[in-house]
Design a protein around this ligand. Structure first.
Ligand code: SF4
Ligand code: SF4
Ligand code: SF4
Length: 298
């Protein structure tokens, strides 16, 4: 891919959206103001900050995600109709859930966390799941053999498999990698009417998150989810209540999951490790014989 174009256009998007930013966070609404410059120096992965205190549960992010990726478009229901524990699926790469907490109702967007060192990619024998140089974790359909090790390895239970398809794909949020290459914002970030989602480099978003906590110490718990969890993720979250109250695991530790993945793979009987070439061959045969193959993301 053309990294220079990707980052240059990301900078242009940042400049445009900065014009509509609030005075308090000029240059930091929807995009971090310094994102393009820092990323140009190849210092940082791009990332997204979710401020759950701003989310109103409108689900415009879900609609935008579905529209740009050709998925069934959900019909947003009224807030009260939102379920508390919807999961992502092959047709819904992001979902917004409702939680009743000590501080009232909280809405939380869920999708792939784009881990810094993703277990899904570490477990994939064919590099079909890839952590790109820019940060998004994407899936390459032409490399996938359908072993589903990525699904087993993911600590957030994110990759979903099209069991009912003759040419099954792994489906999940790709951080709009295709849109980023065109200099556009992730669709969900662009669509959010409350600036609950901010795009930038991880370093920059950490600064924004810390600033919000510092300036509003009673409004947030002093914890940025994703700073360290599972070795650090490129989606970060702010919350008014402990993260366990809004559906997050706090038992993941701070080690990178590839460490655990390695142990998992060592524990797999040799007979299963012999499967990948066989599965890959079968997968290729299936793809060739299947009708209307749509291919993968990469
Ligand atoms: S959340 Fe799961 S699918 Fe997403 S990057 Fe991390 S390990 Fe991979
Ligand atoms: S970043 Fe893109 S793929 Fe991921 S949830 Fe948002 S719109 Fe969907
Ligand atoms: S679009 Fe923004 S405010 Fe609406 S549900 Fe999604 S994150 Fe929340």
């Amino acid at each position: 891919m053309n990294r220079r174009r990707f980052l240059g256009l990301a900078g242009a998007a940042a400049a445009v959206t900065a014009l509509s930013a609030s005075p308090a966070e000029a240059g930091k609404a929807k995009t971090g103001g310094k994102a393009a410059a820092a990323a140009k120096k190849n210092e940082e992965f791009v990332a997204i900050l979710v401020d759950t205190t701003r989310c109103i549960g409108c689900r415009e992010c879900e609609v935008a995600c579905a529209e740009v990726h050709g998925l069934p478009v959900p019909v947003p229901a009224k807030d009260g109709a939102l379920a508390a524990h919807r999961d992502t699926s092959t047709d819904h790469w992001t979902v917004v859930n409702r939680f009743e907490t000590d501080k009232g109702t909280v809405f939380v967007k869920k999708q792939c966390m784009h881990c810094g060192q993703p277990a899904c990619a570490a477990a994939c024998p064919t590099n079909a799941m890839e952590k790109t140089h820019e940060g998004p974790v994407i899936w390459h359909g032409d490399r996938c053999m359908g072993c589903r090790y990525c699904m087993m390895a993911c600590p957030f239970d994110i990759p979903k498999f099209e069991y009912n398809s003759p040419n099954p794909r792994i489906r999940k949020c790709i951080m709009c990698y295709d849109r980023l290459q065109e200099g556009k914002l992730p669709a969900c970030v662009e669509a959010c009417p409350r600036d609950a989602l901010t795009f930038g480099t991880k370093k920059e978003l950490m600064e924004i998150a810390r600033e919000r906590i510092y300036n509003n110490p009673d409004e947030y718990v002093h914890h940025i989810y994703g700073e360290f969890e599972a070795g650090g993720t490129d989606w970060l979250y702010l919350s008014a209540v402990p993260f366990t109250q809004i559906g997050f695991r706090e038992d993941l530790g701070t080690d990178t999951y590839p460490d655990y993945t390695r142990e998992f793979l060592y524990s797999v009987p040799l007979v299963f490790l012999g499967f990948p070439p066989l599965l890959y061959g079968l997968s290729e045969l299936t793809k060739r014989s299947g009708e209307g193959s749509e291919g993968g993301e990469g």
